[in-house]
Design a protein around this ligand. Structure first.
Ligand code: ARG
Length: 598
């Protein structure tokens, strides 16, 4: 289709329930505000403010009346108070099968009750068309998520684990919304560590070309030894630093080191089932001079003390883009990468997932590219750039997470321990006798890796959290293990019924007569707007909270509504099926593998 008519092409039933409610309210507001448009033109394009309502009053509420009143009060109009505006919003609501009732409360809140049969229909429709049919509508087609991004030769640490887990989940949510996601691994393959490693390789192993990778052996140990020398021997340090500048000549050695590291990273990604496409810092090197030239033409770049810098309003120190020795740095690379991502890859949303320690760095260069006109000044317009920061992973002592010998924790060992602990739990529960070795393996991985991911994602990403195996693997409490059990239990209800659920989907329909059925149905159809909310500021914990609440609302339903053998068996089995479908999609978006039985 060609552009221009997209607005009218949007299906009125597309998007989340909240998007549909908003669409009705937008029309009503438009009509209701015609009579006062002359008083204050800004009221005409007012966006509906829709929120979840206290369940005693309704399902959603519209909060526009008060704000509109403050714009027109004192001016001659037919509205005498915010309440009368609320009344008009109710009166002008277009007829639809969506809304059961609309009432005005207090100073002008409009409370909306969804029609129960609409909720049921939406569930029926999802069971047939798949949960993709619920996806929220986003105004972009392509995003780039820059995540994980470890540094070559250095150990991938828990900070990178967080970045990998959070970034993957955000990418999955965008993908759910039909956005094409460039999952970008911005590996540190071009920093000072290379001068150090390569000089060390040359000095210690003059014959390194013959023995190849064996000279390096365990890259971790190699890095440590090189670093020791780097710190202890000023002459070596000097040499190493010069070497970075000559790096290009050492291309072959560089590639070897990158390959070893990459293989190590891939072991982690494979366990976590995360896909990434690598374009490391070095990729952007050839673009840097031209990109800096573009910024210079806009008058952004100044000389300072032999270096080239960009001054940022409100920040004491400028952003250095060319060092005094003529070398480029992390910032120049990010500027070049930004240019490339916007102009070559045409991404409309650039998302950067790193620890909050880098917030200032991103803030500075975001401001610089806004000044250059690469990004719009208004933060609501696309293309957008967003730094998604996160806090530290702490050990039991409340300090940075380290091993007993105060080394960086090796991620592979951490993941393997989660798996083996889960395996032990399954064995204790007697699963060894019941399942094949493969089934056990699969379940132990889903539980172990799922536990680590969920323990990370359930926290507000900005806060630090304590890494605790016992807690994250607890079958009770807000853990992946608990949730995976809850899901498997629903699957087993459906199995025990002996009914063919695929057939029921075709011939049966859902009714939501019991109050706990309606509550569960409403929670389920709100899935799409939760994804919207989680993506608005990139907080995966919003989705975790939704999933946890879903398991609780289901438990209430299940304890008060008999499923198997009841008169409403078909409908209730379909409610179980819808619940497990939504749970599975939550797991998927969190990067967790659901299990059919546990
Ligand atoms: N390599 C960096 C680190 O380990 C993260 C890179 C993030 N991405 C970026 N475009 N700066 O902290």
């Amino acid at each position: 289709a060609t552009g221009g008519c997209t607005a009218t092409m949007i299906d009125a039933t597309a998007g989340s329930v909240r998007q549909q409610v908003s669409r009705l309210l937008r029309e009503s507001l438009h009509v209701s505000l015609q009579p006062v448009a002359e008083l204050d033109p800004s009221v005409v394009d007012v966006e509906p403010l829709v929120a979840i309502c206290n369940p005693r009053f309704g399902d959603y509420q519209c909060n526009n009346a008060m704000g509109i009143w403050s714009k027109i009060r004192g001016k001659p109009s037919s509205y005498r108070n915010p309440n009368s505006i609320g009344q008009a919003i109710v009166a002008n609501l277009p007829a639809s099968t969506l809304i059961e009732s609309a009432t005005v409360a207090g100073p002008g809140f409009v409370n909306l009750v969804l029609s129960t049969s609409y909720i049921a229909q939406r569930l029926d429709q999802m069971l047939i068309q798949g949960i993709g049919s619920w996806a929220p509508v986003l105004p972009i087609q392509r995003a780039l998520v820059d995540f994980s991004s470890p540094n070559i030769a250095k150990e991938m640490h828990v900070g990178h684990l967080r970045s990998t887990i959070i970034g993957d989940s955000l990418a999955r949510m965008l993908e759910y919304c039909h956005v094409e996601v460039l999952r970008r691994n911005h590996v540190g393959d071009w920093g000072t560590q290379f001068g150090m490693l390569i000089e060390y390789l040359f000095e210690e192993f003059p014959n390194w070309e013959e023995i190849g990778e064996q000279a390096i052996g365990d890259l971790q140990a190699f890095y440590k030894a090189a670093k020791q020398k780097f710190d202890a021997d000023p002459a070596f340090k000097e040499k190493a630093q010069q070497a970075v500048v000559r790096l290009q000549r050492y291309h072959v050695a560089w590639e070897s080191i990158c390959d070893i590291s990459r293989r190590e990273f891939d072991l982690v990604y494979k366990r976590l089932n995360v896909t990434l496409e690598e374009k490391g810092e070095s990729f952007y090197n050839p673009y840097i001079p031209a990109v800096l030239e573009k910024l210079s033409e806009k008058g952004l770049i100044e000389e300072s003390d032999g270096a080239k810098v960009i001054r940022i309003e409100g920040v004491e120190y400028p952003l250095i883009v060319v060092k005094r020795d003529g070398g480029y740095n992390y910032a120049s690379t990010d500027l070049a990468a930004c240019w490339y991502r916007l102009n070559v890859e045409r991404a409309e949303w650039l998302v950067y997932v790193t620890d909050i320690g880098q917030a200032q760095h991103f803030d500075m260069w975001f401001k610089a590219v806004k000044r250059a006109g690469w990004l719009p000044v208004n933060d609501n317009d696309y293309p957008k750039a967003k730094h998604v920061g996160f806090g530290l992973v702490l050990g039991a002592d409340g300090k940075r997470f380290r091993t007993r010998s105060s080394e960086v924790v090796r991620l592979i060992e951490l993941l393997d321990e989660a798996k083996s602990r889960s395996m032990q739990g399954l064995v204790e529960r007697g699963r060894e006798g019941e399942w094949t070795a493969e089934e056990l393996e699969h379940a132990a991985e889903a539980l172990g890796y799922g536990a680590i991911k969920y323990a990370d994602l359930k926290n507000n990403r900005l806060t630090n959290y304590i890494f605790n195996f016992d807690q994250m693997l607890d079958v009770r409490g807000n853990t992946a293990v608990y949730l995976l059990y809850a899901h498997a239990r629903i699957r087993s209800i459906i199995r025990r019924s002996g009914k063919n659920i695929e057939e029921l989907k075709q011939i049966g329909t859902i009714t939501l007569d019991h109050e706990n059925e309606r509550q569960l149905g409403l929670h389920l159809v709100q899935f799409a707007e939760i994804v919207e909310d989680a993506l608005a500021e990139f907080y995966p914990n919003i989705l975790c909270e939704y999933l946890y609440n879903l398991s609780e609302v289901f438990t209430k339903f299940y304890s008060n509504c008999t499923v198997i053998g009841s008169e409403q068996e078909t409908s209730r089995l379909l409610i179980c099926e819808a619940t497990s479908t939504v749970m599975r999609e939550c797991f998927k978006l969190l990067g967790i593998t659901p299990l059919e039985r546990l």
